[in-house]
Write a protein that binds this ligand. Structure first.
Ligand code: AMP
Length: 444
């Protein structure tokens, strides 16, 4: 199958050729004819499957072939995205696909001044990419009217709901013309997504493509059990030992991102972080510098990194496991792209055993565990498998405390080269001198 056989017009075929797209991906092969035929779409597909071209290319064709010229302060197609980064990325792709067409495209999102966006919208744009909150602001300030809207695309709909945008989506829904085409893309289909689809879609065609990587198995995945407080130290150890060059690291919280970046920078490691508290320009700069290999380690939260397309990333590290198991698939989907092999390493502590079990169940595989010498956890990570079982072994009775001397000490010395000097044979490594925060656990 070729793009030409899908019925695409010459300017689009030329753009795809310039981009080096030779054959349609499965989601494109299904979505392009359906969108061209005016159908609503409910597609289970995530980043990396080529879904952006799947909706954007036929949409550009429809906008070129049909409908009136865009009016002032109007948009003819709206693509809603959960995050600013994704809005930027989708917009960049749309602009590339539209390079030979007389159509206008623009992206709006929060975290930056609204005035330039209002100015830009004055003449109207054919395709507007937007995050929900900023779209509503622009609508309420009369900078945008939606009565000319032909097509609505909900990209990463599950993530929009995860981020608490359900109220915004309901508001946007009320602003839309009743007669329109709606395309919904989501990595997962929860009951909430199905309800949303039921309200917004009209006799949709369902498309499903299997999650990349997990099915394709191009990503070597493994787990290193470790005590929570020793994760930063283990990360640096593995980094030096494996001579990691470019790594995307996921941490659970914004504070977690900042703490790890500070730690790494303190050790002279070239690291930066992205999360929702940072201004958009800072986030984009960190991302651009990471893509151009100026930054070696990029630490991110799931929200900030969702959907980012970074080519040829060799390694993803889960410094913390994600709370939502599906996010694991999104995270490891950043590596092993386009047929390359990739690696995904998860540093897992005992607290995270249920998350590990949920991930194994979802991906239908038991992740290999690798015990790193001298980092064996004091708090054992119970065994897990793809059945969802967590095998808790009975606790061993505690040994009576010895007075004075502060207990046993691990004599295995951790050295910067990544080598671990052996512990004295008669003394088993039990505990290292605490280096990282051992204070009371804060409630999150
Ligand atoms: P997406 O899932 O839309 O984020 O796309 C993932 C990556 O695949 C992007 O870098 C696209 O440029 C690329 N891509 C999309 N469709 C094709 C295709 N048919 N052939 C080659 N690359 C593609």
């Amino acid at each position: 199958m070729t793009f030409a056989t899908l019925g695409l017009i010459e300017p689009l075929l030329r753009a795809l050729e310039t981009l080096g797209y030779q054959t349609p991906t499965p989601v494109q092969a299904q979505a392009i004819p359906a969108v061209l035929a005016g159908r609503d779409l409910m597609a289970a597909a995530q980043t990396g499957t080529g879904k952006t071209a799947g909706f954007a290319v036929p949409l550009l064709q429809l906008l070129t072939m049909e409908g009136p010229k865009v009016a002032a302060n109007s948009a003819r197609a709206l693509i809603l995205c959960p995050t600013r980064e994704l809005a930027e990325q989708v917009h960049a792709s749309v602009a590339e696909y539209a390079q030979n067409l007389p159509l206008t495209t623009y992206a709006v999102y929060g975290g930056v001044s609204i005035n330039p966006q209002m100015m830009k919208l004055r003449k109207g744009v054919d395709i507007l990419v937007a995050t929900p909150g900023r779209l509503i602001d622009l609508f309420r300030q009369n900078a945008l009217k939606l009565n000319q809207l032909q097509t609505l695309v909900l990209d990463e709909a599950d993530r929009m709901l995860d981020l608490g945008f359900s109220e915004e989506l309901a508001n946007i829904y009320r602003m839309l013309p009743k007669k329109r085409q709606t395309l919904l893309f989501s990595a997962t289909f929860s009951d909430e997504i199905r309800t949303l689809a039921g309200q917004m879609l009209n006799d949709p065609l369902s498309i499903e493509v299997s999650p990349r990587n997990v099915a394709a198995n191009t990503v070597k995945q493994w787990v290193v059990p470790v005590d929570k407080k020793r994760k930063p130290e283990l990360f640096v150890h593995l980094m030096r030992k494996g001579r990691w060059k470019q790594v995307l690291v996921f941490a659970k919280t914004r504070n977690g991102v900042d703490a790890l970046v500070d730690k790494l920078q303190g050790l002279g490691i070239n690291a930066d972080g992205i999360h929702g508290d940072k201004p958009q320009a800072t986030r984009q700069r960190a991302l651009d510098r990471f893509k151009s290999s100026e930054v070696q380690i990029l630490v991110a939260t799931d929200v900030a990194a969702r959907g980012l397309d970074i080519e040829d990333l060799p390694l993803v590290v889960n410094f913390d496991l994600p709370i939502v198991a599906e996010d694991y698939i999104h995270r490891i989907g950043r590596t092993g792209r386009a047929g390359n092999t990739g690696e995904a390493i998860s540093l897992v502590c005992a607290d995270e055993v249920n998350m590990l079990s949920a991930i194994e169940m979802l991906t239908r595989q038991t992740l290999n565990r690798h015990m790193e010498q001298d980092f064996e956890p004091e708090h054992r990570v119970p065994d897990t498998d793809a059945s969802g079982q967590v095998v808790k072994k009975p606790k061993k009775p505690k040994k009576p405390k010895t007075s004075g001397g502060g207990g046993k000490r691990n004599l295995g010395k951790w050295v910067d080269s990544g080598e671990v000097a052996p512990a004295e044979p008669s003394i088993k490594p039990v505990r290292k001198v605490p280096v990282f925060n051992t204070g009371p656990r804060k409630k999150k």
